[in-house]
Design a protein around this ligand. Structure first.
Ligand code: URA
Length: 206
């Protein structure tokens, strides 16, 4: 597909998300938050769910976690303009509670289509919800910063920036993982295939 066609397809998904009524979260939202960034992005970041500021503005990662994300990106010499960023679910859960399985399920087609159209070289999963799709039954404390190839694409699990806000000792850990992401992007690190634990139920990727 030509870039213009892919751009158009991505904008169609964004519009569908903005009008979505597939789950009850639409009743409480100010704005749905489809995602932001160029269709040509080599890196796609997938967070959990919009928070207060994202709901207000309709743009992902514009609140406190987003500010920390921007700082980490800058240190790794990656600009926000070169990445595509979205969330597992596109509407803010009340009180920022954890997403529910039915909400994740309702949003899944949007995320799947976003991945298909953008076709990023690297998917960075931010936090547990996003990680759990690619790395079922894993613990973020064990696998963060360890990219793996799954079905030809690189998946890079990271702590959620909000975790580093609540737990300052995680900051240097997250910063180091971002530097590793830079190295993967530059092809300086060989990324092994993912060897799923034997008890892992293999979910469809996102
Ligand atoms: N946290 C997320 O997971 N996503 C956002 O967009 C903002 C905060």
């Amino acid at each position: 597909m030509e870039i213009a066609e892919r751009q158009e397809a991505l904008e169609r998904i964004h519009r569908a998300v903005q009008q979505c009524t597939r789950c009850p979260l639409h009743l409480g939202r100010t704005n749905a938050v489809p995602g932001a960034g160029p269709v040509t992005a080599e890196i796609m970041f997938i967070g959990e769910a919009p928070g207060f500021h994202e709901d207000q503005q309709g743009i992902p990662f514009v609140g406190a976690a987003g500010k920390l994300l921007n700082q980490m990106l800058e240190k790794a010499n990656i600009s926000r303009e070169q990445i595509y960023i979205t969330n597992v679910i596109k509407c803010r859960p009340p009180g920022n509670r954890d997403p529910r399985p039915d909400e994740v399920e309702a949003c899944r087609p949007y995320l799947q289509q976003q991945i298909e159209i953008i076709d990023p070289k690297i998917i960075v999963t931010l936090g547990r919800y996003s990680m759990a799709r690619a790395f079922p039954n894993e613990k973020i404390s064990r696998i963060h910063g360890q990219p793996r190839r799954i079905e030809g694409r690189i998946y890079f699990p990271m702590y959620h920036p909000a975790a580093a806000l609540h737990q300052p000792s995680l900051r240097p850990v997250v910063a180091e993982d971002f530097l590793k992401l830079r190295a993967v992007l530059d092809g300086e690190i060989d990324v092994p295939d993912y060897d799923a634990p034997p008890d892992a139920e293999q979910l469809s990727l996102f």
